[in-house]
Design a protein around this ligand. Structure first.
Ligand code: PLP
Length: 393
C-alpha cells in the first residue's frame, strides 16, 4: 500500500527533486501534521512560511465554509464586485501605509512579482530592472529573470533582458540605479539566501536613490510578510516604505494567493495603454480572499506577532547550546541555522524527521537549514522542538 502510493507519487506526479520528503499526509491541525501511519510531526517550517497562523485555523475554515455557501468563481478578476475581494482590499488597506492602499489579488507569489515588474515598467515608461544577487523571486520566466542565482537561471535562458543585479547591503552598488531604471526589486529580508537582513543604512540609501531617480522600489515580502519576522511587514523594522509591495504565502491562511499593492495612481496605469495591463482568471478567487481576510483578522486579534521575537529568542537560546551550530541568523520566528557542511545539514534534517520534526533546506544556502514554525507555536512546543533539534545534531 505504502509502496504503491510512493510509486504513484514518484511516477505519475511531476517531481521537483530527486529525494522528496515523502511524508504521506493524512491531516494537519495547528502546528502538527500526521501521516497515514499516524505518526505526528511538528511542522517547524509551516509549509515554507505559509501556515503562520497554524494549519486549519477555525476562523479560516469558517470563512471558507461561509463563502462556499455563497459562490465560487463568478468572473475573471476586476469586473464584478465580490464581498470577499472587497473586504480583503479594505483589510489590506487598513494594515498598510497610505501609499499602499490599492491591492490587486493574484494566484501566487511569483505572479505578484511578475505583475509588479510589469506595473513598474508601465508606470515609469522605462525598461531597466534592478534586483539583487542571491535573491529568490519565483519560478516563472519573469521572476526567474530577477532571481540572482546563475545555477537556477542557466538552463532556461534567454530570460528577460535589461536586468542588472546589485549586491544586497552594498551601498556603492546603488550607483547603477539611474533615470532609466523602472524598478528595484528586493526581498526586504532575503529568505532563500539563508536569511540576510538589510542594514538600516543600505535600505535607507536604496529608498533615497529610488526616490531621486524616479525608479519604483518594490519590496518582495512573499516570504517575510504577515508577521513572520516579528512585525506584520518586514519593512516596518526599518521604517522604509516601498512603492509596490508583493505578498503571497501566509497571506491566504493556507489557501493559494498573491497580491501586489501600490498607490491607486500607480496601480491604475494598468487600466489603459494597453487596457487589461495585467489580467487573471482566478486571481482574487472568493474562497482564497475569504481565507486571507480571516487570516489577517486572526493576526490582528492574537498577540502572535508581538510574541514572535521572544519565542524566537527562546528557541535561539536553546539551540545556542550546540557547539556544532556555526551561526544562527534569525528574524522573529524565521531561522537560518548554519552548520559546518551541507552533509551535516542533510543529517540533521533527516534525524529531525525521524524524531517527528520537520525542518527544511534553503534554495541557495546548502550549509544552513530553515526553521519557520507557525507563529501560534507555544513556549512548551518551542522547548520540545529545541530539544529534538539539539538531539538530532
Ligand atoms: N518571492 C519570495 C521571496 C519567495 O520566497 C517565493 C517563494 O518561495 C516567491 C516569491 C514565489 O512565490 P510562489 O512560490 O507562491 O510563486
Amino acid at each position: 500500500m505504502k509502496n504503491n502510493r510512493n510509486n504513484i507519487f514518484l511516477n505519475l506526479q511531476g517531481q521537483t527533486n530527486q529525494s522528496p520528503y515523502l511524508i504521506d499526509v493524512d491531516k494537519a491541525e495547528g502546528i502538527y501534521i500526521w501521516d497515514k501511519d499516524g505518526k505526528r510531526y511538528m511542522d517547524m517550517i509551516a509549509g515554507v512560511a505559509v501556515n503562520n497562523i497554524g494549519h486549519r485555523h477555525p476562523k479560516v475554515i469558517e470563512a471558507i465554509q461561509q463563502q462556499l455557501d455563497k459562490h465560487l468563481h463568478v468572473m475573471v478578476y476586476g469586473e464584478y464586485i465580490q464581498d470577499a475581494q472587497l473586504e480583503l482590499a479594505e483589510n489590506l488597506a487598513s494594515i498598510l501605509p497610505e501609499n499602499l492602499s490599492c491591492s490587486y489579488v493574484v494566484n501566487s507569489g511569483t505572479e505578484a512579482n511578475e505583475a509588479a515588474i510589469k506595473l513598474a515598467k508601465r508606470y515609469t515608461g522605462r525598461q531597466e530592472i534592478i534586483s539583487c544577487k542571491n535573491s529568490y523571486h519565483g519560478s516563472t520566466h519573469g521572476s526567474l529573470s530577477v532571481t540572482g542565482n546563475d545555477e537556477k537561471q542557466s538552463s532556461f535562458k534567454p530570460l528577460l533582458p535589461n536586468i542588472q543585479f546589485i549586491e544586497f547591503n552594498n551601498i556603492e552598488s546603488l550607483a547603477i540605479i539611474t533615470e532609466k531604471t523602472a524598478c528595484v526589486l528586493i526581498e526586504t529580508i532575503q529568505g532563500d539566501a539563508g536569511l540576510v537582513k538589510p542594514t538600516q543604512e543600505f535600505i535607507e540609501a536604496l529608498r533615497e536613490k529610488c526616490t531621486a531617480t524616479g525608479a519604483l522600489l518594490i519590496f518582495d515580502e512573499v516570504q517575510v510578510g504577515m508577521g513572520r519576522t516579528g512585525k506584520l511587514f518586514a519593512f516596518e523594522h526599518y521604517d522604509v516604505i516601498p512603492d509596490i509591495l508583493t505578498l503571497g504565502k501566509a497571506l491566504g491562511g493556507g489557501m493559494p494567493i498573491g497580491a501586489f499593492i501600490s498607490s491607486k495612481e500607480v496601480m491604475h496605469s494598468l487600466t489603459h495603454n494597453p487596457m487589461l495591463g495585467h489580467i487573471t482568471t482566478f486571481g482574487g478567487h472568493p474562497i482564497n480572499c475569504a481565507a486571507a481576510n480571516a487570516s489577517i483578522n486572526v493576526l490582528k486579534e492574537e498577540n502572535w506577532i508581538t510574541e514572535a521575537d521572544a519565542k524566537g529568542q527562546l528557541l535561539e537560546n536553546i539551540l545556542a547550546q550546540s557547539a556544532e551550530i556555526k551561526e544562527i541568523r534569525r528574524a522573529g520566528l524565521f531561522f537560518a541555522i548554519e552548520m559546518e557542511s551541507a552533509d551535516k545539514v542533510a543529517q540533521v534534517v533527516e534525524k529531525c524527521l525521524e524524531k517527528g520534526l520537520i525542518g527544511f533546506w534553503f534554495l541557495s544556502t546548502p550549509t544552513a537549514f530553515r526553521i519557520s514554525p507557525p507563529l501560534s507555536i507555544s513556549e512548551e512546543e518551542i522547548k520540545e522542538a529545541g530539544e529534538i533539534i539539539l538531539n538530532s545534531i
